[in-house]
Design a protein around this ligand. Structure first.
Ligand code: NAD
Length: 296
């Protein structure tokens, strides 16, 4: 039976480490500030934004949510972002997706100053990731949270064969960059990868990260004994229960370590968002902090 990687526990430890970093910053009279922009009334987005705000307040990050009606123009959102870019009390800016159809997500992402781009979507930060730049810059929080889990579990990456399934800008593509940066040999699979090739590559993998949104895509025969399996997928089934992109019941007896859904990668994303917010605040005020995950 695989060892379970408990995302709730790791996220709790990370939040405690972030809270300690906030206390260090308070010694310099710095309170990290996070601004969340929510456009429209999508109920799921409303829940995400509320959870982010609550989690921020709990670790001592000052969070403000700016709500707009769905018919707001793109120019008005960009004007608000420009104001937040110039506001010294704000260290991190996040625009909740999805945005209304009449807005161009790329324009919005590029309007956020790269120094306040807490989601790591600005092309300048994406470029730094792919150029293997050293030092701190924001990276998409879900794949960054997966790296924290792998570090926390002492999963060796150098020289290992890693397979990432799914190549979204949000998860799979930055995941590829983060794993190869730590000297894993990484294959990036997507929906045009033939099934037979996917099975073949997966069966050789030491580490598998799946982010496709295809319920239970990864089966027992895709996993070699002892592999580390990280399931980013969150799929709500018709009866309301959640399943991941991995057939958990079938894969768990074979894998070495595995994340459950729910309770795996999910809880890490918000904790990592707070970690990034605090690091941005430290950077803006020239304070050196130890990376949050190194303290857990
Ligand atoms: P997306 O729809 O943007 O991308 C899906 C990717 O999977 C694409 O690159 C596509 O090519 C690939 N894909 C689809 N079918 C495939 C197949 N049969 N074989 C191989 N690749 C295939 O999705 P996303 O935003 O990356 O999210 C993926 C999943 O992760 C979703 O279930 C989402 O809910 C979940 N997610 C979870 C978190 C979290 O905090 N845990 C964060 C983001 C996304």
């Amino acid at each position: 039976m695989a060892e379970l990687i408990d995302g709730r526990l790791i996220a709790k430890e990370l939040r405690a480490a972030v809270k300690a970093q906030v206390e260090v910053l308070q010694g310099y009279n710095v309170v990290p500030g996070l601004a969340v922009i929510l456009v429209g009334d999508d109920p799921a987005s409303e829940i995400y934004v509320r959870n982010k705000g609550r989690a921020a307040e709990k670790v001592g990050v000052a969070a403000q949510t700016i709500r707009y009606a769905a018919d707001l123009s793109e120019a008005e959102v960009i004007a608000k972002i420009a104001e937040l870019n110039a506001d010294p009390a704000i260290d991190a800016i996040l625009v909740q997706s999805p945005l209304p159809e009449h807005m161009n997500e790329q324009h919005i992402q590029e309007a956020i100053s790269p120094e306040k781009d807490v989601d790591g979507f600005h092309p300048e930060n994406v470029g730094k990731l792919f150029a293997n730049r050293h030092g701190f810059f924001p990276v998409a929080n879900t794949p960054r949270g997966v790296m924290t889990m792998l570090h926390h579990e002492h999963v060796e990456l150098a020289g290992k064969n890693a397979v990432v399934v799914g190549r979204s800008v949000l998860v799979g593509t930055p995941m590829f960059a983060l794993l190869q940066r730590e000297n894993a040999t990484v294959s990036l699979l997507h929906k045009y990868t033939p099934d037979a090739l996917r099975h073949q590559l997966l069966r050789q993998a030491d580490i598998i990260v799946v982010a496709t949104g295809v319920p239970e895509l990864i089966k027992a025969e895709d996993v070699q004994p002892g592999a580390v399996v990280i399931d980013v997928g969150i799929n709500r089934m018709e009866d309301g229960h959640l399943v991941g992109d991995v057939d958990f019941a079938a894969v768990e007896p074979i894998a070495g370590k595995i994340t459950p859904v729910p309770g795996g990668v999910g809880p890490m994303t918000i904790a990592t968002l707070l970690e990034t917010t605090v690091e941005l605040a430290a950077q803006h005020h020239d304070v050196t902090l130890e990376a949050g995950w190194q303290n857990i």
